[in-house]
Design a protein. Structure first.
Length: 142
């Protein structure tokens, strides 16, 4: 299970270093094999490959009315592998689609990650908190 946030920097080639606390698990469990794709909220999703393969099958089975979501998720999916330094390359197309600048935020979301431009993440978090989470909190206790 992946959790927590990590402020990261895209290097000049468009690579990010996976934080050590996640890197070791990803190397031992999935040999550093990941899949990146777009999310409707404007960030990128980063899946360990076996988790993505299950999700990909779910998405592919959706009815025709979900074709736009299929295009977004399947049409933009790119397989990557961590290099010897624990870095992954975020393709230019995906960086542009998510508006990623140099400073990014990696959020652990359980079985996958979200990768946000740091300014977009701050704005989104502020917006989400301002709207409140009343409905979600109805079924959750602290």
């Amino acid at each position: 299970m992946f959790q927590g946030s990590s402020a990261l920097t895209l290097d000049a080639k468009g690579r990010i270093s996976i934080p050590t606390r996640h890197r070791d698990a990803l190397i031992s469990q999935v040999e550093g094999r990941l899949t990146l794709t777009r999310h409707p909220d404007g960030c990128l999703l980063v899946y360990p490959r076996p988790v993505w393969e299950q999700k990909r099958q779910e998405v592919a089975r959706l009815p025709m009315k979900a074709r736009p979501l299929q295009r977004l998720l399947l049409g933009n999916a790119q397989d990557v592998e961590m290099d010897g330094s624990g870095r992954i390359l975020v393709a230019p197309e995906l960086r542009a689609a998510a508006g990623l600048s140099r400073e990014v935020m990696l959020l652990g979301m359980g079985n996958h990650f979200e990768l946000w431009d740091v300014a977009a993440w701050a704005s989104r978090e502020e917006e989400d908190l301002a709207k409140g989470m009343t409905e979600a909190l109805e079924e959750f206790t602290f």
